[in-house]
Design a protein around this ligand. Structure first.
Ligand code: GUN
Length: 291
């Protein structure tokens, strides 16, 4: 059997189209332009690419993009002062501080300084608590993108066994909350989980978010399962030439595609959904701020 491919690229393009149409209506009917501020501290190459893509797609959707690129030695008080200004700026509806931050800056302190209503990442402790208690919150973009693809592929998720491999605050934990809210039976597995292959083999829904290239082989996948691969890992690709690289997921795609019922590819699966959901969250924040 060969799995159906879940086309995150096409799905994300559809979301971006809906977002752009919504933005156009907000402008014409209410004179509102949703605005997203993205803050990058330092020169991490992967973060620079993400931030550039976020800015481009924000503008393409007709929204205002405010980029703040700060040097790696920016102090925590200076960063907090910038966040205060963005919190107070009525043209900024969403604020995203790109992670990871340099070691001398307290990540939790910075995230929790963002106005929760503008926290389009959904990382503020208030939004984490609202999500965990089933209340209206900002939902983290990558797990939200995964959930939308799962609902599209499977319809109702009720009663399914979901295994999330990875317990990060950005993906693993909020993913588990969203699956629980959709009535899945949820297991969060991680590096200390005993007999991880056996745990994975019980999953009707397997979400891999560990950041370890091709860690999950096809024989850990239950036949017919839906596999969501959140990993984006750059690995050497000598077959493409000396010094060349390619992107792979946390799942060994070649073997998993033979077993799964449906699977997201890397690239072109979860990745494009993250920014599409970020744009959607920014429009939501703008609408909530303006009643
Ligand atoms: N770094 C990696 N993923 C993310 C994300 O979703 N949001 C932010 N702010 N930083 C990240």
């Amino acid at each position: 059997m060969t799995a159906t491919l879940i086309d995150g690229k096409a799905f994300a393009a559809g979301i971006r189209e809906k977002v752009a149409a919504h933005v156009a209506r907000l402008k014409s009917d209410h004179g509102l332009t949703p605005g997203l501020a993205v803050v990058l501290v330092g020169e991490d190459p992967a973060s620079q690419v993400y931030v550039r893509n976020k800015g481009e797609q924000t503008r393409e959707a007709g929204m205002a993009s405010f980029e703040h690129r700060l040097s790696a030695d920016t102090s925590e008080p200076d960063l907090l002062a910038l966040i205060d200004r963005l919190n107070a700026d009525p043209s900024v509806h969403g604020i995203l501080v790109q992670l990871p931050l340099p070691d001398h800056i307290g990540e939790a302190k910075v995230i929790n300084a963002i106005d929760p209503a503008k926290d389009v990442d959904g990382f503020h402790i208030s939004n984490v608590g609202l999500l965990a208690t089933g209340q209206k919150s900002m939902v983290p973009c990558t797990p939200l993108g995964c959930l939308l693809m799962l609902r599209d592929a499977l319809g109702s998720l009720s009663g399914l066994n979901a295994v999330v491999v990875g317990r990060s605050n950005i993906v693993g934990k909020p993913m588990a909350q969203l699956l629980l809210a959709d009535s899945c039976t949820v297991t969060i597995a991680h590096s200390r989980t005993r007999d991880l292959p056996e745990v994975c083999r019980r999953a009707d829904i397997l979400v891999a978010a560990v950041g370890r290239p091709q860690m999950i082989p096809g024989d850990w996948v239950k036949p017919g399962a839906t596999v969501i691969d959140v990993g984006i890992n750059r690995v050497p690709a000598p077959e493409k030439g000396e010094g060349k690289t390619r992107l792979v997921g946390d799942v060994d795609f070649a073997s998993a595609v033979e077993v799964a019922g449906a699977i997201t590819p890397v690239p072109g699966g979860v990745g494009p959904m993250t920014i599409a959901c970020l744009l959607a969250n920014t429009v939501t924040a703008c609408c909530r701020a303006n009643g």
